[in-house]
Each structure stands twice: as structure tokens, then as C-alpha cells.
Design a protein around this ligand. Structure first.
Ligand code: FAD
Ligand code: DHB
Length: 390
């Protein structure tokens, strides 16, 4: 079997790449380990930068996102007994975020790809990279798929990155002494905008998916399993961490439909290309979720990759492909810094000294009292504009 681009992984990165290539008449096959149902149900990110929304709209897969996504023009930072709004409309006029679940994007992209006849194969659990140099190919289920390029879009735990010889890649990594418990509940949100609460008990985030569905996160110890938390304990902890300002009551009347644990890690693999293998999204880099950057970075990588491959097939040019890693890594490292900073700003740590805590409080006070620092947060949060080569 032969195709032009063999894509491993049907997350947002792999699916968007397949779709953008299809629109340029470039053939791709997508191999995904999980079932379609599993991919469509997996609850993850929810905050989309303007550039991500624009990318999906320009690609013709933004209709439901436009109809159902909620546009937000601010977030609240809550600490020290008070709430402070970071007002995007004042700080970064004309730019905001859209709240729309990652699994809805995945559903939209799977549907678009299948309707356009793209070869998406689910439940393929034995993909191996046969060669990523002169004769690139994958093997799976006793078959061989020859191709011109392999796109490694298989997330942090995939097979693509580990297939690169250790000497050919450098890894930069940081782990954090906590994780996030993610909770999805059929509960009317108690707020119109997201609330990032820094409390003595740990960080908590109040987000949402619609007028009837709330998404919450709680900072928890790193080894936590979802079953460690009973429903009433979750609600009590969310109340304790969010009900820290006068007149705020958390709405808890409804059913919890999903509880998951997300590890917190910062990770970058450089370069993002080895021979004919190109890594994109979580396969190449991970950020802690506090700045909501993971999914947005995956989309930014794919913009560059789709354009580079289009240039190759249309004009026989490889210069963009040669610069793929360098172009992506500029945005990746900016997001690495922002995500690390937001994480340090808002979480508690057993390792923190009293001195560290005072520094953290000074940092928080500065964000909400200095227009310059609030603008730094706002412009990174809504997403920096794409450069000419992105
Ligand atoms: P993924 O979405 O991970 O997709 C990779 C795909 O490859 C998956 O479908 C996987 O099944 C498949 N795959 C893996 N291995 C193989 C294999 N060997 N063969 C074939 N297929 C394979 N970001 C935020 O901004 N906010 C959040 O709240 C947030 N929460 C998260 C919670 C969790 C538990 C995780 C893991 C991530 C979270 N993220 C969050 C990050 C965000 O979801 C990711 O950055 C985003 O999913 C990246 O998309 P991707 O397509 O690169 O990778
Ligand atoms: C969501 C996730 C995030 O990581 C974040 O910073 C804000 C919101 C969410 O899933 O809604």
C-alpha cells in the first residue's frame, strides 16, 4: 500500500493535518490506536485561541464551533479573598478566546475527513516505523504502508518520538509535584468567565462547556487516581477553593459525568524532524495545562506542517520543510515559558519555602495592579498572532 503522507494518531493534530492536506489534493492515511468512539469521548482541553478558531474556520471546519462555542473577553484571577478580572477587551482589544471542547473539534474533524473520503483507520494498535530515511514506511497488522513522509501526531506516549535514535534528538523536561483532577458535570456554571483560584488548599479552576455543563479542575498530588475522590469530596473541595470571595456560591446541583487525572509536565524534543519523520503536537512538546496552550500549539504546528508539505508537492520546494522545526519551536518555547509561569503563579507546593510563597504573592499582586503585566498575561492567554511563516 502507498500514500503520500502517513499520519500516526487521530487527535486534533493528525486529523487537522489529514484534512488540510486533503484540501490541497495530497493523499494521507491516518492510523489511530483507539476506537472512533473513544477519540470522540476523550475529555480534554476547552480553551481555543483566536488563531485556532480562525484556522479551523478558514479550513471550512468551523461552522459548529462558531454556532456553539462561547466567546470570552476576560478571565478572573481569585486569590487573597478577592477576585480580579483580566479584561481582554481593554488589554488586547479585539481578541478573545472561545470555549469549545476538544472532543467536539475531534468529532467535527473526523466527520469532515470521512465525508471527504480520507482513509482514517481506527483500532490499529501495532503501528511501527519501518524506515524514516530513504524508504519511509510504516508497518501494522501485517501490512506495509509506503509513503513520502511520516507525520508523528501520536501524542506524548506514542511510537514516533521514541523511534528517533537517541543521539539525533535533544529533550528538555520539567516535572511538577502535582497533577490536575478534571471534572465534567451537568451543572450550570456559577460564573460567566473562567475563574483561576489560587488558595492555601491548592489551585482550582472553574471552566465550562455550555450553559448546562461545567468543567472543573483541582490541583491534586501527582499519584492521584480518579477513584480516589468521592463525588461529595470533589464538591466540598471545589467549594472550599472557590468560595473565597464574598457573595460567591458554587452551584453543585447536578451529576458528575467524568473524572480524569492529567499529569503536569513541561517537555520539548528538538528538532521536531528526523529525516522523513515530522513530529507535531504533544508528540513533540507538552505544557502543563494552566495556560490552556497544548491544543493551540498542536494546531499551530499543523498550520506550518501542512503549508510545508503543500509547498513540497506543489512546487518541489523543501526550504519550508527544512525550517519546519525552527519555525514551530519559536512559538513552542514562548508557550513553554507562559505555561510554566502560570503554573508557578497559581499552584501551591509542599516544597515551597515561606520565601517562595511571598514571591508568588508579589507576582500575583503585580499582575492585577500593573497594566503592563496584565497585558503580558492577556496577550499570551488569547494567543500571540501568527508570524508570516506560520
Ligand atoms: P493527542 O490529542 O494526544 O492525540 C494523539 C492521538 O494519537 C490519540 O488519539 C492517541 O490515541 C493516538 N496514538 C497514541 N499512540 C499511538 C500509536 N502508537 N499508534 C496510533 N495512534 C496512537 N490542554 C489544554 O490546553 N487544556 C487542558 O485542560 C488539557 N487537558 C488535558 C488532559 C489530559 C489527560 C491530556 C493527556 C492532555 C490535556 N491537554 C490539555 C493537552 C491537549 O489535550 C493536547 O495538547 C492535545 O490533545 C494535543 O493534540 P495532539 O493531536 O497532538 O495529541
Ligand atoms: C480548560 C483547561 C485549561 O487548561 C485551562 O487553562 C482553562 C480551561 C478547560 O478544559 O476548559
Amino acid at each position: 500500500m502507498r500514500t503520500q503522507v502517513a499520519i500516526i494518531g487521530a487527535g486534533p493534530a493528525g486529523l487537522l493535518l489529514a484534512w488540510l492536506l486533503r484540501r490541497q489534493g495530497i493523499a494521507a492515511v491516518v492510523l489511530e490506536r483507539r476506537s472512533r468512539e473513544y477519540c470522540e469521548r476523550r475529555v480534554r482541553a476547552g480553551v481555543l485561541e483566536q488563531g485556532t478558531v480562525d484556522t479551523l474556520a478558514e479550513a471550512g471546519v468551523g461552522a459548529r464551533l462558531k454556532a456553539e462555542g462561547q466567546v470570552h473577553h476576560g478571565i478572573e484571577l481569585r486569590f487573597g479573598g478577592a477576585g480580579h478580572r483580566i479584561a481582554f477587551e481593554e488589554l488586547v482589544p479585539g481578541r478573545g478566546i472561545t470555549v469549545y471542547g476538544q472532543q467536539e473539534i475531534v468529532k467535527d474533524l473526523i466527520k469532515a475527513n470521512l465525508e471527504a473520503g480520507v482513509d482514517l483507520r481506527f483500532e490499529i494498535d501495532d503501528v511501527a516505523i519501518g524506515d524514516m530515511a530513504d524508504h519511509p514506511h510504516l508497518t501494522f497488522g501485517g501490512e506495509r504502508l509506503d509513503c513520502d513522509f511520516i507525520a508523528g501526531c501520536d501524542g506524548f506516549h506514542g511510537v514516533s518520538r521514541p523511534a528517533i535514535p537517541p543521539g539525533a534528538i535533544r529533550v528538555f523536561e520539567k516535572t511538577y509535584p502535582f497533577a490536575w483532577l478534571g471534572i465534567l458535570a451537568n451543572v450550570r456554571p456559577s460564573t460567566r468567565e473562567l475563574i483561576y483560584s489560587a488558595s492555601e488548599r491548592g489551585f482550582a479552576l472553574h471552566s465550562m462547556r455550555s450553559d448546562e455543563v461545567s468543567r472543573f479542575y483541582l490541583q491534586v498530588p501527582p499519584q492521584t487516581r480518579p477513584e480516589d475522590w468521592a463525588e461529595d469530596e470533589i464538591w466540598a473541595e471545589l467549594k472550599a477553593r472557590h468560595e473565597t470571595v464574598p457573595d460567591f456560591e458554587l452551584n453543585t446541583q447536578g451529576e458528575i459525568t467524568s473524572v480524569d487525572v492529567a499529569a503536569m509536565r513541561s517537555f520539548v524534543a528538538e528538532p521536531m524532524r528526523h529525516g522523513r519523520l515530522l513530529l507535531a503536537g504533544d508528540a513533540a512538546h507538552i505544557v502543563p495545562p494552566t495556560g490552556a496552550k497544548g491544543l493551540n500549539l498542536a494546531v499551530a504546528d499543523i498550520r506550518v506542517l501542512a503549508r510545508s508539505l503543500t509547498d513540497y508537492y506543489r512546487h518541489g520546494r523543501e526550504d519550508l520543510l527544512d525550517r519546519y522545526s525552527e519555525i514551530c519551536l519559536r512559538r513552542v518555547w514562548r508557550a513553554q515559558h507562559f505555561s510554566w509561569w502560570m503554573t508557578s503563579l497559581l499552584h501551591t507546593s509542599d516544597h515551597a519555602t515561606l520565601y517562595d510563597r511571598r514571591l508568588q504573592r508579589a507576582d500575583l499582586d503585580y499582575v492585577v495592579s500593573s497594566r503592563a503585566q496584565a497585558t503580558t498575561l492577556a496577550e499570551n492567554y488569547v494567543g500571540l498572532p501568527f508570524s508570516a511563516d506560520e
